[in-house]
Design a binder for this molecule. Sequence first.
Ligand code: GLN
Length: 505
Amino acid sequence: MSEDLTRISAAALADRLQAGDVSSVEATRAHLDRIAAVDGAVHAFLHVSDEAALATAADVDARRAAGEDLHPLAGVPIAVKDVVVTRGVPTTAGSRILEGWVPPYDATLVERIKSAGLPILGKTNMDEFAMGSSTEHSAYGNTHNPWDLERIPGGSGGGSAAAVGAYEAPLAIGTDTGGSIRQPAAVTGTVGVKPTYGSVSRYGLIALASSLDQAGPVTRTVLDSALLHELIGGHDPRDSTSIAEPLPPLVAAARQGASGDLSGVRVGVITQLQGEGYQPGVLARFHESLELLQRAGAEVVEVSCPHFEYALAAYYLILPAEASSNLAKFDGMRFGLRVEPTQGPVTAERVMAATRGAGFGDEVKRRVILGTYALSAGYYDAYYGSAQKVRTLIQRDFAAAFAQADVLVSPTAPTTAFKLGEKLDDPLAMYLNDVATIPANLAGVPGLSLPAGLSDDGLPVGFQVLAPAKADDRLYRVGAALERLLENEWGGPLLAQAPELEVAR
Ligand code: GLN
């Protein structure tokens, strides 16, 4: 057997496919074999589409052989978070209420993936309706962190991050409403990017909070994220909040950054996103990365964002408010599950109550109750209205900080991966995991997380880079530079230090 095709980056695999060294069928089969070997232990996937993936791969191979001009990523397999609708392939958003639902259409980003010829390996596990930071709120069981199977892979997109971290897929799609791409990337030693709000279409994402949701890449390298981001991003007339402008050049920025030179780049360290509540090993790796950035020529300054202190509180009013309205469509009539009351009359209202009672998990119920309360007459101004004002103050903090620095940085998450079950009964402790990621969603600015090393517990730490809206290219320039410098120190990618998973035969 030659080289293991699951271990190389998407960019390297794309080069090999273009050179004709390997076929997409071989690459896709290698990943399907890997899924068969390790996913019993990792449980990153809710659905594996073997046949469809191999059919796409064979089609791409035939088109390549015929001399067709293909997308650079054509033939590179990908996994998609189960909150993204896929025509003919079950889509549950991690919820019982959508069990058995097979969407009649594709999300825009799925259309783009398909027309570029990337075989879709399957759909990845997630917290129900993307509510959570550990993937433990999935109605279909936990996903396990490939670094330590007893630990959480982050959430809500733990399935996508674990799939990439366990070499089951070189590329994955996540969605980030409050951190669900970046925090799972941080705790699994992978790279994740939340694009500028409105730069990747939301058409065909099952909405959590429409003013915060954004889909983006999960990969093992910064360049791979740039390649995938360019593929899925850009204007879509089917999304009313889509930005009608081309993306900045992301792949070029990643390639420029890989030179490791950051002269003239101003990096702002956010005072409020460090210190209390952050694990010492997380802070130590963060500060070492700052030194590397400085050595690469960046100018590091400290910036203050005083209203970030209220970000979590504002988010947990705005998100439940929007979610309670978005989830009202799950009524037992239109999609998936339908439960009729066991006694009494079968009225629409009673069917809805029975369906939602059986179909929604505890976290979803908690947030729907919170959201409807925050939006109710008499409380609307006090809760939802105040939260929106805080949101404006956070946007102003960002504007002031970006006047002093080209990018802002912080640890991605305050701690490394915690143990499965550890925070399940303590929603507030779970929510606190997102203190550093939530401000970007409230302001619509883009953010990237990349591995910054291992904490004292031997688990991966994430380094977050934030940029102004529509300047996602800066994430890639700074991210690729830091990745290069860190890998020079480690002698290779951080993931190479992860323990090997036991392979089922
Ligand atoms: N963990 C956050 C929450 O529970 C973020 C979720 C997300 O980004 N989808 O809301």
